[in-house]
Design a protein around this ligand. Structure first.
Ligand code: HSE
Length: 439
């Protein structure tokens, strides 16, 4: 066993950087036995030098100049834990052009600039590893890219944002409103100070974009993803969904269809009996359907210092093991060989096929249900279930909830427009999508 250490330059010593430092130190002996040589952080860059000194305790150099790290001749692997697509992009590209391997947890960067970054890495013969970018500690990149490599992957559906899963779990469990639980999530430190990326589905969309590329051998196409968060979700729908035997989860979904690839994030009804429906709190889970293996489910912590460090260090070991291998014969960055990528198109949301949950506020009088079902029938939409609530004391309006069988998004939208124009329907129709996730 060669004992020459591999040298790591760490950019960012926040939550994940700190976790990486701690776990690498704590498990150094076993990690060395696995990697074949010691993995040593030689330099840490952070704007907060005091924090960097405190976390590293004099065990390595610290600097506030991240660009010096990506040009440091002593550094073999750069770990980018800064986040965002600004300076992080410049640093990653600079590290690659300097011939350094890169490990990153930056899903936003890869989903939006991944094609350029992987091309640069391919040309230079270096690795860019990103296990920590999707679902934190769950080794889902490894599973999709390598473990399931025999399969034609049919679809992936994942709870890949812990903040929103925590919020939805609390809304259902305690019957609380979105705003109340968001404040609680912020108090507990799950949500960002500006939690827009979490609650509006953007973080999940970054992650499902990456999984979509790996699953189908297509370029990253974040700009074509349909992104819908949970900020407009009403607690009443969580309750009605439960009465119908469903839970509502924010899912990232990507699916291969004969017409193209579906790529979408939105609140989704899923049958309560599915394992994934029972993933609660800030946990993540990813369900992958392969033609040979069938359904496989991956569950674990999607965020946090040590769970994410677990993925960062797995990448460090991978890079250490592979760095001397022929660049042309390594596991390809995006699972498929770069010259064998498919040009499957991402379907516009109008062309997506799924089932629907509709909630309408209607007058409680004869013929209302008949009018609504006629409109659905005209659009070739088949009804799966209907519940109508008793009107409240002294009320003439009531909630009508319908589940449909599968149809195209454009058909349901056309039907909703006609239903909303009926005089007996008050206000807007609430539309949520439903996935059986059975096969
Ligand atoms: N903000 C993310 C989440 C954490 O809530 O899951 C890491 O991607």
């Amino acid at each position: 066993m060669s004992i020459k250490p591999i040298n790591v330059g760490l950019l960012g010593i926040g939550t994940v950087g700190g976790g990486t430092f701690t776990v690498l130190q704590r498990n150094a002996e076993e990690i060395t036995r696995r990697a074949g040589r010691p993995i040593r952080i030689t330099v840490v860059a952070d704007r907060n030098l005091d924090l960097a000194k405190k976390v590293t305790g004099g065990a390595c150099r610290v600097t506030d100049d991240a660009f010096s790290v990506v040009s440091d001749p002593e550094v073999d692997i750069v770990v980018e834990l800064i986040g965002g697509y600004g300076v992080a992009k410049e640093l990653v590209l600079k590290a690659i052009s300097n011939g350094k391997h890169v490990v990153t947890a930056n899903k936003a960067l890869l989903a939006t600039h991944g094609n350029e970054i992987f091309k640069a890495a391919q040309d230079k013969g270096v690795m860019v590893a990103f296990e920590a970018a999707v679902a934190g500690g769950i080794p889902i990149i490894k599973a999709v890219r390598e473990g399931l490599t025999a399969n034609r992957i049919e679809w992936i559906a994942g709870i890949i944002n812990g903040t929103t899963n925590f919020i939805l779990s609390e809304m259902r469990d305690k019957g609380l409103s979105f705003d109340t639980v968001l404040k609680e999530a912020q108090r507990l430190g799950y949500a960002e100070a500006d939690p827009t990326f979490d609650i509006e589905g953007v973080d999940a969309a970054h992650k499902i974009t990456i999984l979509s590329a790996l699953a189908f051998g297509i370029p990253m196409q974040f700009d074509k993803a349909h992104v819908e968060g949970i900020s407009k979700l009403d607690a009443a729908d969580i309750k009605y969904a439960e009465q119908l035997g469903y839970r509502i989860k924010l899912l990232g979904i990507t699916k291969r269809t004969p017409e193209g690839v579906e790529l979408r994030v939105h609140p989704t009804l899923i049958p309560s009996k599915r394992l994934i429906a029972n993933v609660e709190g800030a946990m993540n889970a990813v369900l992958v359907q392969g033609d040979a293996v069938g359904a496989t489910l991956y569950y674990g912590k999607g965020a946090g210092a040590e769970p994410t460090a677990s993925a960062v260090i797995a990448d460090l070991v991978d890079v250490t093991r592979m760095q001397t291998s022929d660049p042309e014969n390594r596991v390809p960055h995006l699972a498929f060989q770069p010259d064998a990528m498919a040009d499957l198109k991402i379907l516009p949301m109008d062309e997506v096929t799924t089932s629907y949950y509709l909630r309408l506020r209607v007058q409680d009088k004869p013929g209302v249900l008949a009018d609504i079902t006629r409109i659905l029938a005209d659009e070739q939409i088949s009804i799966d279930a209907v519940i109508q609530k008793e009107p409240g004391e002294g009320e003439e309006q009531t909630d009508l909830i319908m589940l449909t069988h599968q149809t195209r998004e454009k058909r349901i939208n056309a039907a909703i427009a006609k239903i909303e124009a009926l005089g007996v329907v008050a206000g807007k129709v609430t539309k949520l999508r439903l996935e059986e996730l059975g096969k």
